[in-house]
Design a protein around this ligand. Structure first.
Ligand code: NI
Length: 176
């Protein structure tokens, strides 16, 4: 088990474009994904993108049964998503609160497409093709943003809806 250091906002690696994975059969890819799960679990997160641990590849992981960070969120299946492609299925956007392990202690209200299709590959190279909505759609859009060098504060439109988690939500037990 290797818990890796999560880069924090301000680190230039978080602003880079990640490269597609070309070879799905390498041990290095397997180890990367194991480390990502260990790191995400240790931090109590619901998702993590490879650039957050300093690896510039198009790999994201997400999923949880129940999250202390997002107690009202519905379950999202545990997923490894490589070389993802997102297609918005509605022009409609939904605003909701997001946090990020690279932006500890803060939350902001961010617009996301309410319904999306996402495609990509699992660790075994098998195709993934899902149509999702709600929090699941939000998590995927948030994680895939990391692959194009975007952090959620760059998506915040109203900065009166951005602040410290413990001030915004004093009654909630938070991990970050
Ligand atoms: Ni994030």
């Amino acid at each position: 088990m290797t818990v890796r250091t999560i880069l924090r906002m301000g680190d230039p690696h978080l602003l880079e474009m990640a490269l597609p994975v070309r070879d799905f059969s390498t041990n290095a890819l397997k180890v990367l994904i194991e480390d990502m799960f260990d790191t995400m679990e240790a931090a109590g997160g619901v998702g993590l993108a490879a650039p957050q641990i300093g690896v510039g590849l198009q790999v994201v992981i997400f999923g949880f049964e129940r999250s202390e960070r997002y107690p009202d969120a519905e379950t999202v299946p545990q997923t490894i998503l490589i070389n993802p492609l997102i297609t918005a299925l509605s022009a409609e956007e939904e605003f909701d609160w997001e946090g990020c392990l690279s932006v500890p202690g803060l939350r902001g209200e961010v617009p996301r497409f309410s319904r999306i299709r996402y495609q990509g590959f699992g660790l075994d190279g098998r195709a993934i093709d899902r149509t999702v909505e709600g929090f699941h759609a939000r998590v995927v859009q948030h994680e895939c943003d990391h692959l194009i060098g975007k952090l959620y504060p760059m998506r915040v439109r109203d900065f009166t809806r951005f602040g410290f988690t413990d001030v915004l939500f004093p009654d909630r037990k938070e991990v970050d």
